[in-house]
Write a protein that binds this ligand. Structure first.
Ligand code: NAD
Length: 333
């Protein structure tokens, strides 16, 4: 199997590349990434990965097993040679992914997230790629009140330019399935946490601030609820969709771990033995969604997915990773 992983130098994409190398050493992986501010080739060299030594050995014997190509998913001409060599599956992680940046630069999000997706879909169609997976987000569903969960049937109601660009991309993916019969899946997952997350996102951002004894700036009252999912559990879900996903289906992925931003921040401070007086509330983000929570019963029932991590152990392991990789964190922050 020859798998194209776009956005493979980012947070979730690089974790997925490590996951594939560990679990499917026989697969050939082609990584395409533009290496924007969020992409980092260091994410792909994981000294802690137990499979790494084995994999180096494998790579020497099978030099094509793992390949990186710097390219823009919007630029069809630069991607065509990759497809000329045949691709069995595309997993599209490449995106502009930060809500705050989307409020400042919406056009960039339209270009990468919508036009980039359409370019990949066109190539998938032209080169008869067997499977196309769009990595989407629960943010396409908008915001929940105190009760309820997002199911795959929840109407799309994105509130930020980021969420709108992801929802638009999802609609294109659906249309390429309905119109051209492309074998596609869309996965919509909740907030991920784990190693290699760019420190603009809540957990690594707050860890960096706490380690530096700087103020931990929290939007509004900090009571916005997110459903936290360990990135490794996300990777395991994508694996199931890649191999067993039913064509045209959407799968929600969520950890069933709802915590407010303030609760997450307090856990970090407690683990680092830092005072809560570092917390400083600032003006709320524009259009800040109050609550996201996922009903993941479809992927559990149909594909047999079960998360391995509970927030309590996953967060401790994640904090440990950032402490062991403080240089990585400081370089990126
Ligand atoms: P990230 O910002 O860490 O990584 C995105 C990667 O895409 C980077 O390596 C970047 O260089 C690359 N990229 C950006 N523009 C590109 C372009 N035009 N061409 C090629 N590469 C480009 O994001 P992430 O957190 O790893 O998210 C990955 C995917 O998962 C995104 O599609 C995001 O919407 C989705 N997602 C993430 C989360 C989360 O909590 N991290 C939750 C739900 C969904």
């Amino acid at each position: 199997m020859r798998v194209l992983v776009t956005g493979g130098a980012g947070f979730v994409g690089s974790n997925f590349v490590h996951y594939l190398r560990q679990n499917y050493p026989q697969y050939e992986i082609v990584i395409v990434d533009l290496l924007t501010y969020a992409g980092n080739l260091e994410n792909l060299k994981n000294p802690e990965n137990r499979a790494q030594k084995f994999q180096k050995h494998q790579d020497r014997n099978h030099h094509k097993a793992f390949r990186f190509i710097k390219a823009d998913i919007v630029d069809k001409a630069s991607l065509r040679p990759i497809f000329n060599e045949h691709i069995d599956a595309i997993i599209n992680f490449a995106a502009e992914s930060h809500v705050d940046r989307s409020i400042r630069y919406p056009s960039l999000f339209v270009k990468t997230n919508i036009m980039g997706t359409q370019t990949l879909l066109d190539l998938a169609r032209e080169f008869k790629v067997g499977k196309y997976i769009q990595i989407s987000t629960d943010e396409v569903y908008g915001s929940l009140g105190a009760d309820g969960l997002f199911t795959e049937e929840t109407p799309l109601a994105p509130n930020s330019p980021y969420a709108a660009s992801k929802a638009s991309a999802d609609l294109l993916v659906r249309a390429y399935h309905e119109t051209y019969g492309l074998d596609v899946n869309i996965t919509r997952c909740s907030n991920n946490y784990g190693p290699y997350q760019f420190p603009e996102k809540l957990i690594p951002f707050m860890l960096f601030k706490a380690l530096s004894n700087h103020a931990l700036t929290v939007y509004g009252d900090g009571l916005n609820v997110r459903d936290w999912l360990h990135v490794e559990d996300h990777c395991r879900a994508i694996d199931l969709v890649l191999h067993n996903g039913k064509s045209g289906e959407v799968y929600n992925i969520g950890g069933n771990n709802e915590y407010t931003n303030l609760q997450v921040i307090r856990t970090l401070l407690r683990e680092l033995k830092k005072p809560e007086s570092l917390i400083t509330h600032i003006e709320d983000r524009l259009g800040h969604d109050r609550r996201y929570a996922i009903d993941a019963s479809k992927i559990r029932k149909e594909l047999g997915w079960t998360p391995k991590y509970q927030y309590e152990n996953g967060i401790k392991q994640t904090i440990k990773w950032y402490l062991n990789n403080e240089e990585w964190l400081r370089k990126k922050a």
